[in-house]
Design a protein around this ligand. Sequence first.
Ligand code: ADP
Ligand code: ZN
Length: 721
Amino acid sequence: MNITKAKEILKHQFGYDEFRLHQEAAIECVLAKKDSVVLMPTGGGKSLCYQIPALLFDGLTLVVSPLIALMKDQVDALKNNGVNAAFLNSTLTNREQVEVFQKVKSGELKLLYVAPERLLQAGDQFIEFLKNINVSLFAIDEAHCISSWGHDFRPEYLQLRKLKTHFPNVPLIALTATADKLVRRDIIERLTLKNYELFVSSFNRENIHYRVEPKRNTYAKLLDYLETKRDESGIIYCLSRAAAENLADDLRSEGFNALPYHAGLSKDERDKNQELFLKDEVKIIVATIAFGMGIDKSNVRFVVHTDLPKNIESYYQETGRAGRDGLESEALLFFSWGDVQKLKGFAEVEGNKSQSDIMLRKLNQMGEYGDLKACRRRFLLKYFSEDLAEDCGNCDNCGKNFEKFDGTIIAQKALSAVARTNQRMGLSYLVDFLRGSKSQKIWDSHRQLKTYGVGADVSKDEWFEYFRDIINQGFLAQTDGQFPVIVLTEKSEDVLKGKVKVELFKVTEKEEKKTASLVAVAAPPYIKPLFDELKNLRTNFAIADNVPPYVIFSDATLVEMATYLPLTASDMLKISGVGDLKLEKYGGDFLYEIKSYCETNNLDTRIDLKVVKREPKRRTKRDTNGDDTYTVSLKLFNDGYSVEEIARRRGISVNTVEMHLIRFIPTGEVELEELLPDHKIAEIRDAVVKFGESNALSPIKEYLGENYSYGEIRAVLASMI
Ligand code: ADP
Ligand code: ZN
């Protein structure tokens, strides 16, 4: 068994040209029947590391996953790529379970997803069952659940050690997005892996743009922000249930399509909201951290934190839910030191000083991130012991200049405001006071002071920045407690008397600012109106098949279509994410949509601009006469060859040949009756009428059963246009 086969499957079944990160190495290791531990960030592509070997091995691959809510979608996605997969969990009826067991026994299944508790059910009954069938591979997803150091320890996972005792010769692959060294060691020890390889990919999420805004006027800023993200999916994290609930209400009243998600809602309601979000029917989820573990939505374009997370680990995990499809996405944090102060109470672990200290240190590091004056990605990766060679160029700070300047006069104004108001006022008050605010809250006695309004030429945001800087340098201090006030320090006097200079930072935007909206990673820019039309088409299929839209095609795939404008089936196969089966099932409809768009707008394909690094092996696209692939099939057909013979001669699938010929039905060059027998035509016509001439092929196919192919249904549809 070799890697060439694996690459063919990658291309034809999944529609991708190249392996990512450590996929190739991990797959080679599995194929060599060795154990492996794969650490890859969210969205890195862990699933293919066991799905491709599963297709190459003879027997069954058993996938253990704690995410019951996701199993159906994962299995649907596999089926849509032509992979025979199923799942077993508590959501199935007894009868459905029996069916799955039968499929396992008959050997037709390639992958079976199970929850960990299933393995332990009724003693070792399930394990004994497995011994009687041919198991080729065990895949343990979310493997960090086995570690009590992890953030999501699940005691059931400890039982997975049994796998290696009962099946010492069956390879096992453990996968996780948690990089922690302690967790890693636990996984290896607790699964009792001996002859294993470890694959650690970079945790850098290049397509996520990190950005921090001061936490003031948050709601207004948020509305402005969301206005630029209309039609895009996002998650907004809040600290409390009440905040999540209220914000979702407010956003709805502003006309945004938002719903809440938190532990205070009933399970039904949570499931419903999550489902609507997954299906793109709700765009924004306003959530507490209860939301996330079960979320496998690839087109989340932004994650906003209106409150500070407790540590960098949580922040990185939550922001990591953006952009799993590899398209540009954004993580926006609203930050204030006040939040750090507020969270200190939560960090305290009663009666455990050392644990409290750790939590506090982590909280302060989160604060440091919020206040950072350098590349944010570098800071984040450094936190996870990874060094970035240079600044990323894709965070807010990389788009800014931090210039030092002589800020002595500004500092003197700030210090004298503190002194004149008798060191009794908080930061916001001082800023308003310096700016000469007319607000009621400024004390009458303070309005008489000489310092009142001397800082009106400096913006509010800048004042907050300057104060923070001055405090950090020790020329002022902020008291602890519920109502912190700003006070002078022993270094203040020298500043006020002009004995020392104070350096401050001036922040300016760099010229070539990147736009933060949805941009395809690939150039040239994609055509938004076409993208939207393709999305609608995808929604139709998704509703008909009752699956989330990404199971049909990911956003990344649609963006490529709307960029490169494929006009033929062979063009379509060059689009990342279009494999043979998807081409057959959906290719015609998407091509039709793209073609109509191109005709209306006088556009030609741009497929040649797409750099395909490795040519797919089968090259049957153009005949020597320069005929396109459709015409070649048509000519052979007219010469009297059957569909099967054409397929064999040309080295392409029967389905593809059918697709070619169908194209000539509307023009009359091919007669429907030449392609399929009358009784089939009649049956299919009836079914079409029954289900309406919509885009939904799947229900028709399901209704008609195994003996009718998608190609046949499509042919009849083509004749009915
Ligand atoms: P993970 O489990 O690591 O979070 P997934 O396995 O769900 O990630 O993959 C994330 C997305 O990336 C999926 O849409 C998947 O189809 C896609 N993907 C995986 N491998 C590749 C690849 N080699 N090229 C392009 N896309 C890929
Ligand atoms: Zn950066």
